[in-house]
Design a protein around this ligand. Sequence first.
Ligand code: HEC
Length: 458
Amino acid sequence: MSNVSSTRVAAIAVWALFAMFTFPGPAVAQDLADKPVTFSKDVAPIFQERCQECHHKGSIAPMSLVTYEETRPWAKSIRQRVIERQMPPWHIDKTVGIQKFKNDISLSDEQISTIVRWVDSGALAGNLKDMPAAKQWSDGNEWKGQKELGPPDLIVKSEPYTMPAKRQDLWWRPISNIPITEPRWLRAVEMRPGTLPGRKITHHAVTYLVQDDPDSLAPGTDPALNARAYLMEWAVGKGYDLHGPDAGKLLLPGSQISWDIHLHAVGEEIRDNVEIALWFYPKGQEPKHRTYLTGFQALRGFQTSKAAGGSRNVDIPPNSIASSDNYTVLQKAARLENFQPHMHLRGKAMTVEAILPDGIVQPISYVGRFNFNWMTNYIFDDNAAPVFPKGTVIHVTAVYDNTIANPNNPDPEQWVGFGDRTVDEMGHAWMNVTYLSDEEYNAWAANRKTQQTAAERR
Ligand code: HEC
């Protein structure tokens, strides 16, 4: 249990408790009497805005929440999922760290309160005339980034693989060419299994960029680690990566994608590929910075090569809660673009905080209700993305729940350690890092100070 930090567990427990009390409480009941809440008038508009994208026929969710008849049987389950902020799948704590995102799909407290009042007052249909006009959904397989970015410029597919009904987890590693004839800067990327059935067997997929270009590795990367440049990481439930306004990844002609696709058998034979959508900056528009996808470890030993004694420690006894943490020093000033926690079935919570060179600890993000089905990517708003000076330490803590209270836990009697299989554990925070020069950092800090002073005067 070398990695367990008890103060950290305590701090997280306090956060979790605090979060419990931020659920809509007494206010819910107050105006119940004078305002009947109905599906047609009050609830359907919220579901259109926040649920139906996934909850319509043919999309990824198990049931449609479009008509009253389809929705009514789920009322109780809906109440619970929205109160616990499990649905929509946006599990980041609303009281800790950065709160402005480019892709926020969460419900407001008021929307939750409306849904709860609707269920508690009998889940009434109301007057059909009050229903908002039905929304048209595309084939259900539109790229998530499409709403914000339009259709992708290029889609590259991996070679497909046939996963038998029964077998151990496996890693499928084909290579694809990227058909470009001139250098292009990437603005956004999204990955996903090619088909809906494919989602069942695809645990995650990592893509590496294979090109002769030392600059595609982050500054300060230890050559002994034989690191490869990440293009993107996808795991169950993840959306897209969207880079900051002046940042991107450079693709060179002749470059290839090396896939690392983790498949697990689900009792039926499924053949599928994984595909990646690429959105480019317009030709001639070169972003000033490269951005580097980085897995900030919550396990010790990853930053040192195995030869130098690096090991990957996580130790989770049966029927217990455990945690692991680790520190990464930023070699240059940097802006963090997003946060996506990655853990396996025992994953419970993840904290990311920055320890500034002067010792001040600044919380970045806390996901207190991690759910293995949803590796949601929280993309910070341009104005909210945190910027840190060189030498800042990023501290990531992962908490694992190997008890029966964790609904995703296949067997709380098992000891769990590090490994790549879904039943093994790991913990890291995926973040796109855009490095800045010290001058750029100083200019940013001076600008922020002016803004803060102006805000204080107001
Ligand atoms: C990004 C896609 C997505 C969005 C948005 C979304 N859901 Fe879901 N929902 C799913 C998927 C997939 C599942 C099944 C997996 C799971 O339970 O996590 C699910 C499961 C559920 C369940 C549990 C069903 C059961 O088997 O008991 C409920 C209830 C639910 N969603 C309600 C909602 C409501 C209400 C909203 C909007 C306020 C919403 N969801 C938004 C994708 C989504």
